[in-house]
Each structure stands twice: as C-alpha cells, then as structure tokens.
Design a protein around this ligand. Structure first.
Ligand code: NAP
Length: 495
C-alpha cells in the first residue's frame, strides 16, 4: 500500500507537521486523549464539551447509591492513580471529583470549549470542518470522539407515561428536589442502576416498588472502606497504587473475565456465588421472582452485597407482572393492579448505540456515518470507521471490552490514536481511513468469536443491537491491547 502525505500542509515541513486535533467530549476518554497529546508536545487541540463541566457520565449520574462496579484502584488512569479512594468500589461522586482534579492537574481547563455541542464534522479539502449547535465552527486534521456510550437516556415506551401526576425522572437526571421520605416510590428497571437505587433508598420511603421485567444475577462483592492509614500509605508510596492497579487488573483478567468468554472453573465459580447469594432470600415466592432464567454474566453482572437485604425489607415489593400503562395515579400491570405511586424513577438504561449522536460525521463523497450505521455501529478494531479519514473513536463500536475498566480501555485506544497521529506528524502517513475489507474481516472474526461466550447463552442485553449484532468485545482485554498495540497500516488506505 502506498502511503502518501496530504497536500494540505504547505505551511509546515513534512517532518514536523503540527496536527490540529478536535476532541469531542471531556469525559474519561476525551481527557485521556488531551493528556497524551500534551505529553507528546502537541498543544494544537481543543476539547469540545456540550456541558459546562467535565466528567461525562460521572457528572450526569448523581442517583442515590451510585458506585462503580469496577474496583476504584483499577477504575482510574494507570498514569494518575489517586490515593484518596474511600472504598474498594468508589462512590460515583468521587469519580466525578477525580476527573475534575485530573482536568485541573493537567491544566486542561483552558483547552476545553465548554457549552459546545458538536453537531457536524465534515471532511472537506483534506481536513475536518466542525460545527456546533450554537454555530461555532472549527477546523482540524484529526477528530477524536470520546462521547461515551452511557449518556443518552432511554425512556420506556409505555402508554400514558406522560400522564403520571407524580414526579418522574430518568436515573441519569435525578431530581434532588424530590424528597422521597414518606412517598410511594416506584423504580422501573433492574440493571446495575435500578439495583443500586433500590438498595440505597429501601427503608427511606413509605413504600418501594421495583418493576422487574427481567431479574438479574447479583454478585455479592462487599464494598469496605479504605482506612485512613491505607490512604496515607498510598499517598506516601505511590508505587503501592501502581501495584494495586496491576493486581486488580490481573485478578479481573484471570479470574472474572475468562468466566464470560469461555466455560470453565471461573464461570462455575461466578455462577455458584450468584446462586448462593440468591439463597439468602428467605421467602420462596420472592426468591422465585428474583431468579433469572439465563446464565450469570449474560447480562452485565450486577455487583451488590446489599440488594437482597434491601428487597426483603418491610414495604419493599418486587413486581414481575408486565406493565401495561401508566395512569395519573401510578403504574398498571397486566394483572389489572394499579400500583399507586408518588414518584416513578426510570432506571431504564441508555441508548448504547448512539455513540456520537447527535453529531453527524461526513467523510469524502458525502459518506455519512448515520447511513453506514443504520443497522448499528460497526467499525474497525473499536477505534476506526471506514470512509472517515483521520478519525478515531475512543469507546467506539465493540468497545465494552468484556466488563473491563473504561479507563484502561480508553488508554489503549488513545495510545492507538496517538501512534497514528505521531506517524502523520512525522510525515510517514497522510490522511488514512480503515479499509472496508479490513473492517469486514474484523467484524467476521468478531462475530465468530461469540460462540461459547456467556453473552450468547440466552438473554437480551444492551450488549446486542436491535438486529442481534453484538456490540461488545468477545475476547479477553489482553487481545484488545495486542490488536491496538501497533496499527496495521495495511488495513488502512490513503484518502
Ligand atoms: P440497563 O442495564 O440497560 O437496565 C435497564 C433496565 O430497565 C432493565 O432492567 C430493563 O429490563 C428495564 N427496562 C427498560 N425498558 C423497560 C420497559 N419498557 N419496561 C420494563 N422494564 C424496562 O441500564 P442501567 O441499569 O442504567 O445500566 C446500564 C449500564 O451502565 C450497566 O450495564 C453498567 O455497565 C453501567 N452502570 C455501571 C455502574 C457502575 O457501577 N459502574 C452503575 C450503573 C450502571 P430488561 O432487562 O428486561 O430489558
């Protein structure tokens, strides 16, 4: 494959081209990209952030009981470990504050254009031209998207939802003005979010009803506090945090993640732990309502040591009857019962396929991402999309890499984008796009790899698109790192 140089840089010598980079989103991915550009001595970048604060999903989600289901000492940047995590699994606000400190510590605030929701990036005359909803325009040689996949709330399509006379809100936009004390509260959804909310608010409401369409397996990992001494030691000896990071990574990648990919003792252990946990529900009728009919790990494993205790409290009810409509007074299920409510929380998840929406990406010859992704996001290696040159996605298609830490995955993908940008900077390559052949091959291998994984063992989950195509990474994280370690230039073509 001939690699040529773009002809649009008369103003610079080929060996020292200065890439202008537009980063979309100031969450885990976007901040990581900015840090790595700065470390490489590249200052010609801007992060476009729709909101007025950094931290993405960790800014938006403020619901009671929010904590991360990946250990805190691993759910952070490997190059910026914090000694301050208060628990083994960090509470959500701590992760938000961590990202705020990262933005300050790396001096990134001046590089963030807050309040700019980018709506279009169009490849024109060998560069990207971007436009925001408020009419701001910019140019860039590279676009790196870091928009996340857990930020476009999904609202359930239930007749009459708008007619509800009480308070209703999505879990990702918690209404803190509503005092739940003394109220009849309903929670729709039993994913990680619904489980965490119910665990946190049970006992603090007049009644609590969880509408459970599909029960979840619950892995009862405890969440102990880190002592002051432990935090002081991590502050004094940062090597401890680095070791802890590697230790958690090794443990997850050796003991938990293989359980999801292949049948073996790890899968048996996870399954057994979840089943024993379910036995702690004493009432057989309630236990039956909480028993899933698929294998543990098929849907994203929910981590909670307190959920089953919470649902056995007085005044807490699990409703399995399907919802048929919402009325002003509450939720009606198909057994004809009206569940009277004052507050209805929608823990109904996210549109995990809306990776860059509402932004439209338009490559040469009017190649539109919205057309290419009509049937769902497809890409090359989780980072690139054919037809869109000099564009890299952090958390792109198939990016949930097993159940791994998003920080770790983002670092791998950012490293890949940096490698390509550095090659361009040195004049080794021009504007490049992944080939369709390489993309098709990648997706074929990916599709084949699902055989035997727990994700295809018989459940519906956000890991699959509407047409049943998988949108998660079917291998272990190690393979993701190996694939992205060095870009295979033969899989790219010059624009
Ligand atoms: P989710 O896993 O997609 O769960 C959505 C829930 O809403 C499901 O129980 C679903 O039922 C239910 N639902 C949706 N529409 C419904 C309808 N019309 N009627 C009845 N039930 C309906 O969403 P999530 O709990 O927000 O979690 C999403 C992901 O975010 C998680 O998998 C996890 O990766 C991440 N998360 C992480 C943390 C963390 O600790 N890091 C915390 C929270 C969330 P069905 O199962 O039947 O579809």
């Amino acid at each position: 494959m001939a690699l040529t140089q773009t002809a649009d840089d008369e103003h610079e010598t080929p060996a020292t081209r200065t890439p202008r980079v537009a980063i979309i989103g100031a969450g885990v991915s976007g901040l990581c990209m900015a840090i790595k550009l700065r470390e490489a001595g590249i200052e010609t970048f801007t992060i476009y952030e729709k909101s007025d604060r950094v931290a993405g999903t960790w800014r938006d989600n403020t619901y009671p009981g929010l904590f991360c289901d990946i250990p805190s000492r691993y759910f952070q940047y490997s190059f910026a470990p914090s000694p301050d995590w208060t628990r083994v699994f960090s509470p959500g606000p701590e992760i938000g504050r961590y990202l705020e400190r990262i933005a300050d510590g790396y001096g990134l605030r001046d590089k963030i254009a807050f309040g700019h929701q980018m709506t279009e990036a169009r490849w024109t005359d060998g560069r990207w031209r971007l436009r925001s909803a408020d009419g701001h325009e910019a140019e860039a040689d590279f676009v790196v998207t870091g928009c996340g996949f857990l930020h476009q709330p999904v609202f359930p399509d239930i007749p009459g939802l708008d007619s509800f006379a009480g308070h209703t809100f999505h879990s990702s936009h918690w209404d803190h003005t509503v005092d739940l004390a003394g109220k009849r509260v309903g929670v729709l959804g039993t994913g990680s979010t619904g489980v965490q909310i119910v665990t946190a608010i049970a006992g603090g409401t007049r009644t609590l009803t969880q509408f459970t369409r599909t029960p979840q397996w619950i892995y009862p990992a405890p969440n102990p506090r880190y002592t002051r001494i432990s935090r002081a030691l991590h502050r004094r000896f940062p090597a401890l945090s680095r070791r802890a990071y590697r230790g958690y990574q090794w443990t997850l990648e050796t003991l938990l993640f293989p359980a999801l990919v292949t049948a073996g003792f790890q899968r048996t252990l996870v399954d057994l732990t979840c089943r024993l946990n379910l036995r702690t529900v004493r009432d057989p009728a309630l236990r039956a309502k909480l028993t899933p009919t698929y294998e543990a790990g098929c849907k994203r494993l929910v981590i909670s040591a307190g959920y089953y205790r919470a649902v056995q409290r007085h005044g807490v009810d699990i409703v399995r009857a399907p919802i048929v409509r919402v009325e002003p007074g509450g939720v009606v299920t198909d057994d004809g019962v009206l569940h009277e409510l004052d507050v209805l929380v929608l823990a109904s998840g996210f549109d995990t396929h809306a990776l860059v929406r509402p932004m439209e990406l338009i490559g040469p010859e009017d190649h539109r991402l919205s057309d290419a992704w009509e049937d769902g996001p497809r890409g090359y290696g989780t980072v690139a999309v054919p037809g869109l040159p000099n564009l890299f996605m952090v958390m792109g298609p198939n990016s949930p890499v097993n159940d791994s830490s998003m920080f770790n995955v983002a670092e791998t993908q950012v490293g890949y984008a940096m490698d390509m940008i550095q090659r361009w900077r040195r004049g080794e390559i021009g504007a490049m796009t992944a080939t369709r052949a390489a993309t098709d091959r990648f997706n074929r291998e990916l599709g084949d790899a699902f055989t035997g994984t727990v994700w295809v063992s018989g459940c519906d989950s956000w890991y699959f698109g509407a047409d049943g195509t998988a949108e998660i990474w079917p291998w272990l994280p190690q393979r993701h790192r190996e694939l992205l370690d060095t870009p295979v230039l033969a899989d790219y073509e010059v624009v």
